[in-house]
Design a protein around this ligand. Structure first.
Ligand SMILES: Nc1ncnc2c1ncn2[C@@H]1O[C@H](COP(=O)(O)OP(=O)(O)OP(=O)(O)O)[C@@H](O)[C@H]1O
Ligand SMILES: [Mg+2]
Length: 310
């Protein structure tokens, strides 16, 4: 059985609204209101559970919104391990304007975390039992940039493989520390990481393989949105086109991709199969509205298309 844990330092309650047309001053009335537990690691856990695995969520939770988030996770049957914080858990909003087809997203910065709180989180992580630890999302204010590097290095010592999907200095520090199983930057995050503005697939593959060969991470997946992605390990570089889908909402593509890849890797599948499954899952996330994540039936169908193409 596959057991993963995920880490979400800055989770959210994702609220989605759908309206005919935005106008100022007037009340914008909507019949539908939907709230989901969200944030990188929580999204990964939700997709992982849908695929039949076990996922435990370590996350920070505070205030009345934190209590609501805890309850939402229970509804989704996610095993949860909240670390209590003083600040209020954030609420993010996605608003869909039907007349234009545009989607608007409001994402608050979230609470500031104290040193005592992030130390508690490190302690908690040191006793979580799992095969893979998936870290996804940005660092909240107050947490030092090398936090993920520290978590990955502690995990490795305990024989736990760390998968990281983050950006900026947090990603840079973790790659520099070099204890990662896999990283999944998108193109912009990858360009920032290497400090070069490349977008040619051959060059991306070379730069990603350099990182793998340096020992920083065993696998590097650079996701390229509608252009698919590139997988690099010390031994090989593989390119994969994106599945052809009619996009409804691109929210959750990255998290769905990571969840599906880890699901395959944990099951002992090849790197290449895991990669294609991940690319299929990213595409599958586009088929669901708002903050909805990829559905297993869509993932399998899009994956089968790759198999039948080759
Ligand atoms: N327009 C698209 N058409 C088909 N597949 C897509 C599209 N956008 C994304 N995908 C799939 O999802 C994967 C991940 O998407 P992307 O590269 O946009 O990740 P991301 O920027 O990290 O996303 P997120 O905003 O969720 O963090 C892609 O590699 C691809 O397989
Ligand atoms: Mg992403």
């Amino acid at each position: 059985m596959m057991n993963i844990a995920t880490l979400t330092l800055n989770p959210t309650i994702d609220v989605a609204y759908s309206l005919d047309r935005f106008v100022h001053s007037d009340k914008l009335r909507t019949a539908e209101q939907k709230a989901d537990p969200g944030g990188g690691g929580i999204n990964v856990a939700r997709v992982f559970v849908r695929l039949g695995g076990n996922a435990r969520c370590v996350y920070m939770s505070g205030g009345s919104t934190g209590a609501a988030l805890d309850a939402l996770l229970d509804l989704h049957q996610i095993v949860r391990e909240p670390v209590s914080i003083e600040g209020e858990t954030r609420i993010s909003a996605t608003m869909f304007e039907q007349s234009s087809g545009h989607e608007y997203r409001i994402v608050p910065a979230g609470p500031v975390i104290s040193e005592a709180e992030w130390h508690t989180c490190l302690d908690r992580l040191s006793s979580v039992e799992c095969d893979y630890l998936v870290i996804s999302g940005s660092l909240p204010r107050g947490i030092p940039a090398d936090f993920y590097a520290q978590v990955a290095s502690d995990a490795k010592q305990r024989g736990v493989r760390t998968v990281l999907d983050s950006s900026g200095d947090a990603l840079k520090a973790a790659v520099a520390a070099g204890k990662l199983e896999m990283v999944k930057p998108n193109l912009k995050e990858f360009q920032q990481l290497i400090g070069e503005d490349i977008s040619d697939p051959i060059l991306i593959g070379k730069a990603a393989q350099d990182i793998a060969r340096s020992g920083s991470a065993r696998l590097i997946v650079v996701s390229l949105g509608e252009r698919g992605g590139i997988l690099a390990s010390a031994e090989h570089v593989i390119e994969c086109a994106a599945p052809k889908v009619a996009s409804v909402s691109s929210v959750g593509a990255g998290d769905s991709c990571v969840a599906a890849m880890v699901h395959c890797l944990a099951a002992g599948k090849s790197n290449e199969e895991a990669f294609r499954y991940g690319m299929a899952a990213g595409g599958a996330a586009l088929l669901t509205p708002g903050t909805d994540l990829a559905r297993p039936a869509d993932i399998r169908r899009l994956f089968e298309q790759y198999v039948s193409e080759t």
